[in-house]
Every structure is written in C-alpha cells, then in structure tokens.
Design a protein around this ligand. Structure first.
Ligand code: HEC
Length: 234
C-alpha cells in the first residue's frame, strides 16, 4: 500500500464521524455569525446619528423619494468599503451612523454606476442638471438612462409632508411635518439651487423634481467630516 491511499486525519477523524462533523461544522458557522452580529449589540452607538447630524431637509427627502422611485439603487450603491482602492476612489469609508436618518438606507448591492455615498459636493449643481437629463452629454458612452421627466414633474408639498410624518414615526427628529412647513423649506432651498444654476446660465423651475434630486445628491456623504486623514483612510 502506498501512502497515497492512507486517509488523511481530516477524513478519518472528522468526515467519517458524521454526527461529530455536523456538530463541529455547526459550531464553526455559529461562531462566524456571532462574531459578525454580537458587536452590533455592544457598540450601542453604531446606529446613533453622527454628532451634529441633521435629518434630510424636506427638499432632500423629496429627492430621496424620487431616487427610490426611479430605482437608482439598482445601479448605484451608497457604501464606501474600508479598503484602499475604495477610499482612494470615493473618499472616507462609510460609518454606520451615517444611515441613522435613512429609512430604509440605500446601501444597494450593485455597482453598474459608481458609488454615490460621497457624491455630495463633488460636482456643481449644473453638472447634475445636465447629467441627469442626458448622461452621455457629460460622460460619453454612459449607460445611465435619461431622466427627462424630472424636469417637468413637480414636487408636491402634501406628499413631502406625508414622507416627513413617516420619518418622524420612525424616530427622525423633525420639528414640523406639516405641508406648510415642507412648502416653505422647499421653496427656500430650491431657490438657492436655482439661483446657483441661474448664475451658470441655466434657467430651472424651482418646484420640479430635478431640483429635489440635486438637493439630495449634494447632501450625500457630507455629514461625515474626517477628523484626521489616518482615521478616514485606514
Ligand atoms: C442602468 C444603470 C443606472 C441607473 C438606473 C442610474 N445610473 Fe447613475 N450612473 C450609471 C453609470 C454607468 C454612471 C457612470 C457614467 C456617468 O457618469 O454617466 C452613472 C453616474 C452617475 C452619477 C455620477 C457619479 C460620479 O461620481 O461621477 C450620478 C450622480 C448618478 N449616476 C445619479 C443617478 C441617479 C440619481 C439615478 C436615478 C434617478 C441614477 N443615477 C440611475 C448608471 C446608472
């Protein structure tokens, strides 16, 4: 008999004893699960908002609802993983606290397009205004669809008021959820955005959906302020 036929320790002692093997395999899987899940229970601050973090404004929340409605998450993730290649491309890796007011969070699982977690402030408003209407006019060869209807559909203060109410039920601290509050806040922020667009020669209607989407995109990832580069980029 050559050594080739000698059964390994693994086969003799573990695999041949099916009950023992099942128990050991179960223990290994449970340990793996516990190592991932248990810390979340002990690090009680994992889901608390970042210091000074504010909920989305009514206009940003409206933009977020449009993001969900249009299924942008089918092509875009919102999570920078703590790996060098990711932090170099997108910026500081995502902290769990950043989703504190995101119900449901938009982690996404597909990256047909780039991650959007840190897209806020990366481009001027006018970039998004042109890109969303015809991505290929800005990024030649892009497979992102055109979103022409966002430039004529209007945001309704009543719908936003409902969203604010829903978020408040889930624990987001909004001072007011009325349609009047939503309307006034949206007018204020939309005015700032259309003002900046006008400075670049773009005439946009403040109550159209594209303005809400721009407000949302420009907010993404801006709550997190890295204290030191070392902490931000492991
Ligand atoms: C079919 C997949 C697809 C869908 C759906 C999609 N995108 Fe994209 N998106 C892309 C691709 C690919 C790119 C990269 C090329 C480009 O800039 O157009 C991109 C780029 C972007 C960028 C620029 C990111 C950067 O850092 O340069 C933004 C912002 C963006 N998309 C927003 C959206 C929003 C908002 C929606 C939903 C209304 C959406 N996308 C839907 C595929 C998609």
């Amino acid at each position: 008999m050559s050594n080739q036929h000698k059964e390994s320790f693994h086969r003799r002692v573990l695999e041949n004893k099916s009950l023992l093997f099942t128990l050991l395999a179960t223990a290994a899987i449970l340990t793996g699960g516990l190592v991932e899940i248990l810390p979340m229970y002990f690090v009680s601050k994992a889901g608390d908002p970042l210091p000074g973090m504010k909920p989305y404004t009514p206009l940003e929340l409206a933009g977020r609802d449009i993001y969900v409605r249009e299924g942008c998450y089918n092509c875009h993730s919102q999570m920078v993983r703590p790996m060098r290649s990711e932090t170099l491309r997108y910026g500081a890796w995502t902290r769990s606290n950043e989703y504190a007011y995101d119900h449901p969070f938009q982690l996404g699982s597909r990256r047909i397009g780039p991650d959007l977690q840190r897209v806020g402030g990366k481009y001027p408003d006018s970039w998004h205004y042109e890109h969303m209407r015809d991505p290929r006019s800005i990024s030649p060869g892009s497979i992102m669809p055109n979103y022409g209807w966002l430039y004529t559909s209007k945001v309704s203060a009543d719908d936003v008021s409902d969203s604010l109410g829903g978020m408040k039920t889930l624990g987001v601290p909004y001072p007011d959820t009325s349609a009047a509050y939503a309307d006034a806040e949206m007018k204020r922020q939309a005015g700032e955005i259309t003002g900046r667009l006008a400075a670049g020669g773009i005439k946009a209607e403040p109550d159209t959906e594209i303005i809400a989407v721009i407000a949302y995109l420009q907010r993404l990832g801006t709550d997190f302020k890295p204290v030191a580069t070392a902490a931000a980029n492991p």
